[in-house]
Design a protein around this ligand. Structure first.
Ligand SMILES: Nc1ncnc2c1ncn2[C@@H]1O[C@H](COP(=O)(O)OP(=O)(O)OP(=O)(O)O)[C@@H](O)[C@H]1O
Ligand SMILES: [Mg+2]
Length: 256
């Protein structure tokens, strides 16, 4: 099962990604999780003790040069658009509670759409893991989907849009669904996060009537406490784990 998690900034994408990855792992799958947000914090959210010690892939200059044929930071050269990346997941992933976590990191120059060797390698890696049959993938994205290539988007089993009960994040969710529809992707589902009441749930359903809600997660103080203490947000709350396991079951039915 290949999932990409998106939504407005701060709605809980990383928290939901961590929970989904853990639930997939608990279901017996081999699971890769890619932190594709330049402001990486998935490993920290999963309780990795020294997240700052993980070298983001974009910083592996020698590897990038070896695989793409171009030294990162240089421009103009011809580089391989399909670099060999098959060995990278196993070699560079950090094991966190059985989930293999890869940190993409931030490309300093050129912006999200840059055709630099760093991005080329990350894109190749994502598409490799998206097509690899024997493992599940969770992509923790930066806010929005503008930076997601069409190829990546159309290869996911589900685009999971996280939204909280609030105008701004609901508007972003709508915009994401619209952009997805424009490229023909209709495998989009929504998780309502930090839902504190029936009114919150009703607000989400009413403001996003067309969207397919696959789950609602409450505001859970244990999650917040775990994040602050540097423990895994994915195993902080049995209630959250059960709700996300249920989301996975529903996703399994949809992707069958
Ligand atoms: N259901 C929840 N209950 C309690 N706290 C939550 C919940 N979901 C997320 N949080 C908290 O909200 C904050 C933002 O969550 P998170 O980092 O997952 O959001 P994000 O969408 O990944 O943010 P960014 O756009 O910065 O990447 C964190 O402090 C997290 O612990
Ligand atoms: Mg995040």
């Amino acid at each position: 099962m290949k999932l990409a998690v998106t939504g407005k900034g701060g709605v809980g994408k990383t928290t939901v990604s961590a929970l989904l990855a853990r639930a997939l792992r608990k279901s017996g799958r081999t699971v890769f999780a890619i932190d594709a947000d330049p402001d990486s914090n998935l490993a920290a959210s999963m309780g990795y003790p020294h997240p700052e010690q993980i070298r983001p892939l974009v910083e592996l200059k020698e590897l990038i040069e070896e695989r793409t044929g171009v030294k990162p930071g240089t421009t103009g050269g011809m580089f391989r658009l399909n670099p060999f990346v098959e060995d990278i997941p196993e070699r560079y992933a950090v094991d966190i509670d059985g989930v293999k976590v890869l940190v993409a990191g931030a490309v300093k120059k050129g912006g999200a759409g840059c055709y630099c060797p760093e991005n080329t390698m990350i894109r190749a890696l994502i598409s490799h893991l998206l097509t690899e049959k024997n493992s599940a993938l969770v992509l923790d994205m930066e806010a929005g989907i503008e930076h997601l290539s069409r190829g990546t988007l159309t290869a996911v089993d589900q685009l999971i849009v996280v939204t909280e009960p609030g105008r701004r994040s609901v508007e972003t969710a709508e915009r994401i669904a619209q952009m997805a529809a424009e490229i023909g992707l209709n495998r989009v589902s929504v998780i309502g996060n930090r839902v504190r009441s029936e009114d919150d749930r009703a607000f989400l359903k009413e403001t996003l009537p067309q969207m397919d809600f696959i789950g609602f997660l409450p505001y859970d103080q244990a999650v917040r406490d775990a994040e602050i203490a540097g423990r895994s947000v994915a195993s902080a709350s049995a209630q959250m784990e059960a709700l996300v396991a249920d989301v996975i079951k529903k996703l399994e039915q949809r992707t069958r």
